[in-house]
Design a protein around this ligand. Sequence first.
Ligand SMILES: NC(=O)N[C@@H](O)C(=O)O
Length: 281
Amino acid sequence: MLPYLTAPNLDLPVRPLTQDAFAEFGTVVENPEGATGRSQQLKVVKANQGSALKYIDVSHVSNYYHLAPSGNPAKAVMNMFVCSPRQLQSTSSGSDITQDRPSKFPVQILERHPFTPQTFIPLGLAAVDATTAYLVIVAPTCKTTDKPLPYPQHAPKQQRSWTEIFSRAQPSPVDNSTSSPAASGPEPQLPKGPGEPDLSRACAFLANGSQAVTYGPGTWHAPMVVLGAKAIGFVVIQYANDVGLEDCQEMEIRTETGSEGLNVVIDNARLSPKLQEKAKL
Ligand SMILES: NC(=O)N[C@@H](O)C(=O)O
């Protein structure tokens, strides 16, 4: 039996996934060249004998499990989630979904990983693929003092290895190169604290195949939602210590009788016709 919240009667519009819009919740990992909605510059250096540009710290894989109640150590894990497309529903109850009317995705569960960020990297999906996309649904964390579930209470001091310290030295002690003075990427996010999801401020973003997404540690998010015709295989990177509630905490979002509940409303006109057609709209 999961802890639950009663959903507000609320439609969430879908916004394009950009770093600036998503910053409160985590990080968008994409080729910064030509990406929109990225006001913070990434540090970039030449690599591979000048044949590559290396963008530094595009995201972070932080480990806060030393704060976990069990004391069980965590290890970095890389899994693959092959996420099948979700069936959307009509926004007009009782009728089929059609292309000339928005469709909806009911938010019925949210989850978080209190001691680690979690990064989803889509494989084999081109940015221009108009038939498949994925929804990133997140919610801020309510401020609270009680501790319903195990969660970190404070940020650890940053443990940097000597290798890491020297790797940032300018000029490099290895090849005497100096990197551009550009700012570094987004700072590692700290855990969000113990509160429940603030459903009234939930957000939904539409991502494409050239974007990976990192949910910050403790960020409430919906299990991955793929739209379109085909499944997307995501490489997923995070820490885990195999202690259930410390790895993943879930919250059921219940809809009251007579209420529409919490729904992501997808304006089909904003989806490519191919995506609409493939999403069985
Ligand atoms: N986020 C998501 O889709 N699911 C994972 O977090 C999981 O652990 O199931």
